[in-house]
Structure formats: structure tokens, C-alpha cells
Design a protein around this ligand. Structure first.
Ligand code: NDP
Length: 247
């Protein structure tokens, strides 16, 4: 993966699931990784594992819903490695519920993490990428960013928003500053996402579905690696990866 090698890649939500798999896969292919999430112990262990395998990784405890934390993350990446080639806006939560349950705190959290977190990530790295006249922002949406189902209204809304933001970013930046924008939309991937569901019935139903057909987080990591590895004049704008058996 020649075009992954040596790139500085900042990954949010890197403490588990898709973010962890992406960090490990890209590090194996020579990228320098900046791991971000809230659980410091997990980030430390993952950074150690990457280094034990001959890769390079640093980490910073970060809450993507904090504008300040995201600015600090970008500054940290620049201090460590001098540039930012790729941001993977991956952190996300899915406390699914029916609207009539009025779980307004959950709605707020999904908006804060899944939408504002992505925007704060873009705000933190865009000036640097414009100065570099190169960069790549990869935003993780979902199959729920294409269609809504009962209990997914707010989660889906956040993932529709991620697609809108990514496409706007692409139209504004790619032709002028050369910054690439990619939407990666997973479906049913083995991770800790189901743990973020608070309603016990929905959680039990989702767990059963995930146990029966979820695909490996490395399936999504490979899609992310593919988008990065394409030559810089090739913009991979959108990838959907779901279990073969998922309708
Ligand atoms: P995980 O729950 O395993 O990972 C989510 C990551 O987000 C964790 O590392 C978590 O770390 C981090 N995170 C959550 N809240 C915050 C926050 N406020 N600040 C910083 N980091 C945060 O799930 P996945 O790997 O599955 O999720 C990754 C992305 O993939 C999400 O955007 C999700 O919506 C999307 N997705 C997943 C699908 C699936 O089936 N798994 C399907 C479609 C999309 P920590 O708690 O340490 O902060």
C-alpha cells in the first residue's frame, strides 16, 4: 500500500471496533497513527500493540463532542508528526429508541457525537490541509444513512447528515485544494456499538441480529485503506460495506 505508507492518519473512536481495526491495519501498512477516543487505557494498549508489531502510534484522550478537545487533537498530531494527511471521523454512538420514548438526552448525545463531532473534526484539520494543499477526510456514515427503520430515526438522521456534510466538503474542497472526501457506510459490523443501546428490548434484538451476521471490523478497515491508498488524483467518494446476507 504505497499511498498509505508514511501518511499521518488521525482516527477518532479508535479505542474499539472499526476505529481500532483501521488503526491496526493502516499501521501495519506503514501509516503513522494518532489514536483518539475517551478511554485512555484502551488507547494506550492499542498504541502498545501497534508498536510491538513494528508500527508507529501515539494517542490523546479526546471527546469529539468538545470543540476544544478536537482542536487539541489536531495540534497534538501536528506536534508529533508535523502534518495531517488523513482524518477518519469514526467515533459514533447508536442509542436507538422509538421517538415516543422521548429519550431526548440520547437524541442530544447522538447529535453531539455523530454530527457535531464530525464537524468539529473537519474544523480542526481543514486549515492545515488547505495549507498543505492536500489531505483526506473520511467520514463514517452507515447503511442507516440511506434508509430509516423504526427506532433508528435520530441515529439515521445523524448518518444522513454525515453524508450531506461529506458531499458538501467534497464539492467545495476537492476541485480547489485537492482535499479528498470519502463516505464509508458500514452495515452490521462486529464492534461495541450495540453496547450504546439503552433500551433492553432493542438491545437484545440488535444483539441477536449482530450475533447472527455481523462482519469483521477489518472489512470496514479495508474499505478505508482502499480509499486512502488510491492515487491522490482519485477521489473514492462513497463506499457501502454490509454483510452479504443483509437485505
Ligand atoms: P464501537 O462502539 O466499537 O466504537 C465507537 C467508538 O467511538 C469507540 O472507540 C468510542 O470510544 C468512540 N466514541 C464514542 N463516543 C465518543 C466521544 N464522545 N468522543 C470520542 N470518542 C467517542 O462501534 P463501531 O466501531 O461500530 O463504530 C464506529 C462507527 O461506525 C460509528 O460512527 C458507528 O455509527 C459506525 N457504524 C457502525 C456499524 C456497526 O454495525 N458496528 C454500522 C454502521 C455504522 P470511547 O468510548 O473510548 O470514547
Amino acid at each position: 500500500m504505497d499511498n498509505v505508507k508514511s501518511k499521518v492518519v488521525v482516527i477518532t473512536g479508535a479505542s474499539s471496533g472499526i476505529g481500532e481495526a483501521t488503526a491496526k491495519l493502516l499501521a501495519e501498512n506503514g501509516a503513522k497513527i494518532v489514536l483518539a477516543a475517551r478511554r485512555e487505557d484502551r488507547l494506550q494498549t492499542i498504541a502498545q500493540e501497534i508498536e510491538q508489531n513494528g508500527g508507529e502510534a501515539v494517542y490523546l484522550p479526546t471527546d469529539v463532542a468538545s470543540r476544544d478537545d478536537m482542536q487539541k487533537l489536531a495540534q497534538f498530531a501536528l506536534q508529533q508528526y508535523g502534518r495531517i494527511d488523513v482524518l477518519v471521523n469514526n467515533a459514533g454512538i447508536m442509542p436507538a429508541s422509538s421517538l415516543h420514548e422521548l429519550k431526548v438526552d440520547d437524541w442530544d448525545q447522538m447529535i453531539d457525537v455523530n454530527i457535531k463531532g464530525v464537524l468539529y473534526g473537519i474544523a480542526a484539520v481543514l486549515p492545515t490541509m488547505r495549507e498543505q494543499q492536500s489531505g483526506h477526510i473520511i467520514n463514517i456514515s452507515s447503511v442507516a444513512g440511506y434508509h430509516v427503520s423504526p427506532t433508528s430515526a435520530v441515529y439515521s438522521a445523524t448518518k444522513f447528515a454525515v453524508r450531506a456534510i461529506s458531499d458538501g466538503l467534497r464539492q467545495e474542497e476537492s476541485p480547489t485544494s485537492g482535499i479528498r472526501s470519502t463516505i464509508v457506510s458500514p452495515g452490521l459490523t462486529d464492534s461495541e456499538l450495540v453496547h450504546t443501546i439503552s433500551n433492553p428490548e432493542i438491545k437484545a434484538f440488535a444483539s441477536q441480529l449482530y450475533n447472527s451476521m455481523a462482519i469483521s471490523p477489518y472489512s470496514i478497515a479495508r474499505a478505508i485503506a482502499f480509499a486512502i491508498n488510491e492515487p491522490d488524483d482519485v477521489g473514492v467518494n462513497e463506499i457501502v460495506v454490509r454483510p452479504t446476507a443483509l437485505a
